[in-house]
Design a protein around this ligand. Structure first.
Ligand SMILES: NC(=O)c1ccc[n+]([C@@H]2O[C@H](COP(=O)([O-])OP(=O)(O)OC[C@H]3O[C@@H](n4cnc5c(N)ncnc54)[C@H](O)[C@@H]3O)[C@@H](O)[C@H]2O)c1
Ligand SMILES: [Zn+2]
Length: 333
């Protein structure tokens, strides 16, 4: 059997036995040691849906996972048993137009952990395509490896923005995604990274990581080459865009502001580029190497840990504790 954190309906999370997963021919069976709780898990927990994805059957939550390979399917190298791996949660079909164009994050057939109807990874055991179980470099522990998922969001945002040497980068939103994106931007060559938020605690953490940290309600005096919008607040996008220098690039990472207004004369006069990001593609090796080198730190971002039986507490942490950032569930405890 397989003890799993199963969401049955909004605010109805049960830790219960599910059948033991059997790895397919090209899959590995992994024992997750750490699973991060993401805003999307919380959203399904609170509302039972995100846009057109509706929880209409019980679903295992969690998609930020790392763990140890305990078994392999017949087509997978048995030497992988015992390997520490970070699980890339979205497995595309590999055959559609988007996959063949190398944009597998845009695959319409992608099966992504904890996105209805696909079960997530918050369980004693989970099966995944062997190519999406990325070997973790020496020196990283399972908790750091689990953070390769939100770090990947930052890697992809920096790639889409073309962050390079000398760029002045503004990150709006100092949640886990913003704090990881800011660290990736610095590691990618940004000469200065400024982070904004409205939470004093989160600004404190941004300062501890060595970033310029500003209350989002204060005016922005400087000009930036890149805006990584990681708050989901429409106001952050508007203010951030105004702070961009000519030829600036704005990337909408944050979700929540379903519409934002575009200042057309500003976009034209400064030739600003605006794009969104959808998850990531081909980022795990980079994310893991940034973590292994210490250029992306998780220690101040991971603020809370829970045993599997405490998954409910992990899912309600954000609304209960203003001094929280990333919660991890340790499924083997
Ligand atoms: N595009 C993607 O593929 C992708 C992937 C993962 C997460 N996300 C999105 O990224 C966003 C960040 O994720 P997170 O886990 O860090 O969430 P989070 O809620 O922990 O962080 C958001 C932060 O923004 C701050 N904020 C609110 N209003 C602000 C404003 N006006 N200016 C600056 N900051 C403000 C909040 O105080 C909070 O600290 C979420 O919207 C999430 O849905 C997108
Ligand atoms: Zn595809």
């Amino acid at each position: 059997m397989n003890l799993s954190a199963v969401l049955h309906a909004p605010r109805d999370l049960r830790v219960e036995e599910r059948p033991r997963p059997v790895p397919g021919p090209h899959e590995v069976l992994v024992r997750p040691g750490a699973v991060g709780i993401c805003g999307s898990d919380v959203h399904y927990y609170e509302h039972g849906r995100i846009g057109s994805f509706v929880l209409d059957a019980p679903m295992v939550v969690g998609h930020e996972a790392a763990g140890t390979v305990v078994e392999v399917g017949p087509a997978v190298d048995p030497a992988r048993v015992g390997e520490l791996v970070a699980l890339e949660p979205g497995v595309p079909d590999r055959t559609c137009e988007q996959c063949l164009a190398g944009r597998y994050n845009l695959c319409p057939q992608v099966r992504f952990f904890a996105t209805p109807p696909v079960d997530g990874a918050l369980a004693h055991l989970v099966a995944i395509d062997a190519s999406f179980a990325h070997p973790v470099p020496a020196g990283l522990d399972v908790e750091q490896a689990a953070m390769a998922e939100p770090v990947s969001v930052g890697v992809w945002a920096c790639r889409r923005a073309g962050v390079g040497p000398g760029d002045r980068v503004l990150v709006t939103g100092a949640g886990p995604v913003g704090l990881f994106a800011a660290q990736v931007a610095r590691a990618t060559g940004a000469s200065a990274v400024t982070v904004t938020d409205v939470s004093p605690f989160r600004l404190e953490v941004a300062r501890e990581l060595g970033f310029g940290a500003l209350d989002a309600r204060e005016p922005l005096a400087e000009a930036f080459d890149v805006l990584l919008e990681c708050s989901g607040a429409a106001a952050a996008f508007t203010t951030g865009c105004r702070a961009l220098a000519p030829a600036g690039r704005a990337v909408l990472v944050g979700m929540g502001a379903d519409t934002v207004s575009l200042d057309v004369p500003l976009l034209q006069g400064r030739e600003i580029t605006v794009t969104g990001t959808f998850r990531y593609a081909g980022t795990y090796p980079a994310a893991l190497s940034l973590l292994a080198s210490g250029r992306v730190r998780t220690d101040v971002v991971v603020t809370h840990r829970f045993p599997l039986a405490g998954t409910d507490d992990a899912l309600t942490l954000a609304r209960r504790d203003p001094r929280s950032l990333k919660a991890l569930v340790l499924p083997q405890e």
